[in-house]
Every structure is written in structure tokens, then in C-alpha cells.
Design a protein around this ligand. Structure first.
Ligand SMILES: N[C@@H](CCC(=O)N[C@@H](CS)C(=O)NCC(=O)O)C(=O)O
Length: 481
């Protein structure tokens, strides 16, 4: 352990273990962990990844495996709830407020452990689901964890806290003196949020691991190769490893269980990093049961997906606007999708908006294509549908709009966006060929059949579908047949 520390610190770390009974969620010691989804979680997952989640599976956990067996552990306090009294605040005690499952809090907790500050910084665990009111009122108005009570002040933000703990307390230094390494550390710290976002949005999104998440993991793999004097980001263990490890730990579990994707495959540096970091007791002491982390996250993701489905089901679609309709205000800050319920091009943008859960952010302005309001030409001189009013400008062209909505709004990633581009047409042609030519486009085309079947399971798409007989009637009218 000492060999991993930088020589800057005056003191060698105090022993990082404490005599104790172990905590309720011990770090698993076996190499593989069997994760059997509960019936509730399976029901939730049916919304998206039924195929990936409906069977029990093994999460390969080199990470968990490498943790050294230790019979001694710090006794950690139980989490405080809404009915718990606050600790005697500002009495000179230094307190680190954490939630045991929170990756941000884990960063500060690892820093505290690594520097051997178990006696100097007391852990106070908060139950975030049943948070004590005094935490926001008296400790940290942001109401998040981690926060650190020190010298009569409370500070927050995990990355700032890791640096603060490193600078203001004794123990091995968490940053080397080498200026090239320090500069690289800043670059990597600045990238953590983007790395987390790319990974989390891929976990939430339907289908395979996104290109964005793969690129983010590849970037990490490349970063780990920058210095040759050790397995960590800056060669030897540093605050950069502390910033990333709680998230890498989680992504290894989630990608394996939810996407059946091993983040270390083809990434030897990442594999080595995970192996080596699991030899650091200051970190392994903070690890939670992978099954618990998985269930906790699935619950959160399930709630998000459920909310999106409910939002869709509850959406009351505005009536179609004929030529006599009054123009809605233009450039008043509202985001509007000018569209038609029966136009497949408009449907592309509409599906994108639904899929990303933007029902409340992007208002629909449906127009009657056979009796189009004259004012629309002033909104979008090309006079085609769809177009999007956003940030005081109008953007057109459905394929561009899918990409624009994807890039400029939150929600699951849409790229690659080919399915949304084709969906309205494939499904539409099926209806029209069947209704007008009595021809089944899926016959002898098993893949198209599966595509349509799967498409019809996606709420974001289903809510844009029109009554087939109406589509046939309107098309016949338009074609004069
Ligand atoms: N940027 C903050 C993020 C901290 C954070 O979001 N913590 C979560 C727990 S993992 C939290 O306290 N959430 C409570 C809330 O947002 O109300 C940091 O790095 O410290």
C-alpha cells in the first residue's frame, strides 16, 4: 500500500483496517456473482430489455475477486433517517456525510481511507430515500452527498472534496509532483462527467451498448496507457483513480448484467486497472454488494422508464390545425414541433421526441396537410413538415431533426438512428401494400417481420401510429384511387 503512495506526504498512512464486525453488505469474495433478477425487476425490464434481462446470469467480477481477504474492517455507522437526531454539529469534529451506495460519496470516502484518516474524519451515513430534514436545513443546503464538515464549514462536490482532503490533511499524497501528470490529471477529471453520461445513457437506452459508450470506454483504455510506470491513470494510484473507480465498478456490473457486455474484453489496461485497484484496501472497504447496486439502479431506471411510459399514455394530443387556425406565438421560448399526424417524415421527429421522453419539452403543433394554415410558410419558408422551433430558430428536414433532437436534448441516445428513419415507412408500406394491393410485405421476409413486431413494442413509436384504415383512406384520396 505504501509503495503506491507518492512520497510528498509527511506521514505514512495509519493502518487502514479497524477491528470490527463486518457491515451488512460485505464485499463479495467469489470470482463470479450469480445475479437472479427478481420477478418485480423482470416486469420492469420488460419495458425495454426483456430479452437481455429475463434470465439469470453471471456477472463476471474480476473486480470483486481481487479484493484481499480481510477479517478486520472499520465499523461503519448505520444510515441516519428522517427520524434520526443530527450529530452535534460544528463541535469541532470533522464529519464526512455519505450514502453508502453513492459513487460520488465513495470518492471522498476512498480519499479519507487512503490517507489513513479514519480517526480524524468521522463517517456519517445518510439514508437518501428517507433523508433527515436537518441535513438540508443545518448541514448542506444542496441536500446531496458527499459533504464534509470541517473547521466550522461544510463543503461539497466530490472532486473538490477529494482535492480538499488531499491538501488539508496528512497522509500519502493523492497527486504526483510531476507537472505533466498533474496536467493529465486535470484533463481526466474534466472528462469524468462525460464518461459517466455516455455510460449511463447507454445503460438506459434500448439495444446494444451505444457507440458513444464504447468510445468512452476506449478513451479510458487509452488514458491508462499514457504512463508506463504503473497500472493506474497516472502510473501510480492517485485522485484520478479515485474519481473513476466508483463508476468503473458500477459500469462493469451494469453493462455485464443489463447489456451482457464485458467492459474489460479487448481492454487489457482496464482489466489490469480493475485487478490492481482491488488490491487497495482503502477502496475495497467502500465497495457495496454488486447485486445491491444492480437492483438499486434497476429500480431507478425502471422508475424512469415507467414515468416515460405513463407520460406517453397520458399525453393528450392537440387537435389538427386547419387553415383557419390562429398561429401559435413564434420565438417565445417554447420549443414546438410543427408536424402532421399522418406525415411519415414528421413521424420520424415525433418518434425521436417521444423516445427521449421530451413530451413536456417539445410541444406538438399538428397541421392539416390538405388545408394547411398560410402562416406556416412564414414560420418555415420551405413550407414542408416537420420543422422544429427551438432557441429562436427553425430547423427542418426530418433526418436532420432526429439528429438535432438527439444531440440537443437529454434522454436516451438515438444514434444510430436508422430505425427511426425507416420505421414510419416500413410500417406504413405494410399497411398500404396490404390495404391497396393485397400484398403482405413480410411474407418470405422474416427479418422485416421481426423488425415490425419489435417496433410495435416500442411505446414511443406506438403512440405515433395512426388508424390503418384512416391511413389507407387518406392515401387513396391523395392518389386519386
Ligand atoms: N456533483 C455532485 C453530485 C452528488 C450527487 O448527486 N449525489 C447524489 C447521491 S449519489 C445525491 O446526493 N442525490 C440527492 C439529490 O439529488 O437529491 C458531486 O460530485 O458530489
Amino acid at each position: 500500500m505504501n509503495s503506491l503512495a507518492f512520497p510528498r506526504g509527511r506521514c505514512s498512512p495509519s493502518p487502514l483496517t479497524r477491528p470490527s464486525t463486518s457491515r451488512s453488505s460485505p464485499v463479495p469474495s467469489s470470482r463470479t456473482i450469480k445475479i437472479r433478477p427478481s420477478s418485480r425487476s423482470v416486469a420492469r425490464c420488460n419495458l425495454r430489455d426483456a430479452k437481455n434481462l429475463s434470465r439469470s446470469r453471471t456477472v463476471a467480477m474480476a473486480a470483486a475477486a481481487a479484493a484481499p481477504a480481510s477479517s478486520e474492517k472499520e465499523v461503519l455507522p448505520p444510515s441516519l433517517t428522517s427520524s434520526s437526531e443530527p450529530p452535534p454539529l460544528f463541535d469541532g469534529t470533522t464529519r464526512l456525510y455519505v450514502a453508502y451506495h453513492c459513487p460520488y460519496a465513495q470518492r471522498a470516502w476512498i480519499a479519507r481511507n487512503y490517507k489513513g484518516l479514519q480517526d480524524k474524519i468521522k463517517i456519517v451515513a445518510i439514508d437518501l430515500a428517507d433523508r433527515p430534514a436537518w441535513y438540508k436545513e443545518k448541514v448542506y443546503p444542496e441536500n446531496k452527498v458527499p459533504s464534509l464538515e470541517h473547521n466550522n464549514q461544510v463543503k461539497g462536490e466530490s472532486l473538490d472534496l477529494v482535492k480538499y482532503i488531499d491538501t488539508n490533511f496528512e497522509g500519502p499524497a493523492l497527486l504526483p509532483d510531476d507537472s505533466e501528470k498533474q496536467q493529465f490529471a486535470e484533463e481526466l477529471l474534466a472528462y469524468t462527467d462525460a464518461f459517466n453520461k455516455a455510460s449511463y445513457s447507454s445503460i438506459v437506452a434500448k439495444g446494444d451498448v451505444s457507440d458513444e459508450a464504447v468510445a468512452a470506454l476506449d478513451k479510458i483504455e487509452a488514458a491508462l496507457a499514457k504512463f508506463n510506470d504503473g497500472p493506474f491513470f497516472l502510473g501510480q494510484f492517485s485522485l484520478v483513480d479515485i474519481a473513476y473507480v466508483p463508476f468503473i465498478e458500477r459500469f462493469q456490473i451494469f453493462f455485464s448484467a443489463i447489456k451482457n457486455y464485458d467492459i474489460t474484453k479487448g481492454r487489457p489496461n482496464l482489466q489490469k486497472f480493475i485487478e490492481e485497484v482491488n488490491k487497495i484496501h482503502a477502496y475495497t472497504e467502500t465497495k457495496q454488494d454488486p447485486q445491491f447496486l444492480l437492483e438499486h439502479t434497476k429500480k431507478r431506471l425502471g422508475t424512469m422508464l415507467m414515468e416515460q411510459t405513463i407520460l406517453l399514455a397520458m399525453e393528450v394530443l392537440p387537435p389538427t390545425m386547419p387553415s383557419a387556425s390562429k398561429q401559435p406565438p413564434l420565438y417565445d421560448g417554447e420549443t414546438r414541433l410543427y408536424m402532421s399526424y399522418i406525415c411519415p417524415y414528421a413521424q420520424r421527429a415525433w418518434i425521436a421526441r417521444n423516445y427521449k421522453g421530451l413530451q413536456e419539452k417539445i410541444k406538438l403543433v399538428p397541421m392539416d396537410t390538405n388545408d394547411r394554415p398560410a402562416w406556416y410558410k412564414e414560420v418555415y419558408p420551405k413550407n414542408t413538415l416537420p420543422s422544429l422551433e427551438h432557441n429562436n430558430k427553425i430547423i427542418g428536414e426530418s433526418l436532420d431533426l432526429i439528429k438535432y433532437i438527439d444531440i440537443n436534448f437529454a434522454g436516451p441516445k438515438l444514434t444510430p438512428d436508422v430505425d427511426i428513419a425507416y420505421a414510419p415507412f416500413i410500417d406504413g408500406f405494410q399497411t398500404l401494400f396490404a390495404g391497396i394491393k393485397n400484398y403482405d410485405i413480410t411474407e418470405g421476409r422474416a427479418n422485416i417481420q421481426i423488425f415490425i413486431k419489435e417496433l410495435n413494442r416500442i411505446d414511443a413509436y406506438m403512440h405515433t401510429k395512426q388508424d390503418p384504415s384512416e391511413v389507407i383512406a387518406l392515401t387513396k384520396k391523395k392518389l386519386g384511387i
